[in-house]
Ligand binder design. Sequence first.
Ligand code: ADP
Ligand code: TRP
Length: 346
Amino acid sequence: MSEKKKPVVLSGIRPTGDLHLGNYFGAIRYFVELQAQDNDCLFFVADLHTLTTAMEDHIDVDAASIEVVRWYLACGVDPDKAIIYRQSDILEIPMFALLLGMVTPEGELHRSTTYKEKVKDLEGKRKLVSFGLLAYPVLMAADILFCNADIVPVGEDQKQHLEIARQIARNYNRYFSDTHTIVEPKSHMLEPIRVPGLKGEGKMSKSVGGPDNVIYLNDSEKEIRRKIMSAQTDLGPEQGQPMADIMKNVYTLLELCAPKEVYDDYLRKYENAEQKFYGSLKKDLAASIIELVKPIQARYNSPECSPERVEKLLAENAEKVRVIAKNNLKKILVDMRFKNLAESYD
Ligand code: ADP
Ligand code: TRP
């Protein structure tokens, strides 16, 4: 009797800067949750994707990739339960991207909101808008589809990219699935979450709104208190009025980070239009965040998360993932009528 295949969970983060609470709550905490269930988990560093926007920042991609993996481990991703690897170690992935590009509806790439926003930003800074940026979702689809991932834990901002990956899978299956069908991946939840920035401008992000818009996992207690105390608020609740967006941001963070009783208590205060409690709310919020990041920072600084251990892990796992990638590439090459090339993978 054949054993039932476990769901494949896959996700990645670009090494474009220090990780923050948005990455933690939007993505990494689900990596940890999903690895504890009966899944086959693959988590990677999307280093090739870095070039789509950060080319001129001259990031040391190798060093930044090691950092991302150190934070994965520090947050509780367990290399005994999940395969952690680096995208650029698997040369079959760009080959997948090239082939999947042939079934990618070009108009969808131009319509992507992330693409339009990035173009605006890059043009504003007189930087190059590349084909690589336009094709970002195709490379992301290759990341997901090369291993037939079923579940992709990502934050709300990645929903559209995931939808494009689903369309690519559907198109592949429509044109080429003689022997091999590609799984249409799903998000881990119906409504993925979005952690707001502290300045009231969009999401908390490595790349938007500056360092005071973000709480980094590596921020000191002092920095966390300072950033939270200066987070934007309204002038106070007004009886019968709905909560202002700027306060929704603060309450979202409180709900994510503080114990439920604390959140409920402050929500009641707001609903009763009590006054002058924002100072104490912010102190409690800062204390909860500090409590959350402290053990993560301690692990990050321990030998368990040393760069040497990470390098070794990545080298070992590259081999394992290449086997999966080669196996699946061979199947799609057969379906796409490249029999000669497919045979070279025997
Ligand atoms: P950034 O926007 O900071 O550059 P990335 O694009 O590298 O972050 O995102 C890595 C992962 O973290 C993705 O799954 C993304 O959806 C998630 N993520 C990033 N910022 C947030 C946020 N503010 N809220 C929820 N998830 C987020
Ligand atoms: N686009 C994702 C981000 O910016 C990173 C990413 C690349 C990714 N490939 C992926 C996430 C595949 C999930 C699955 O956050």
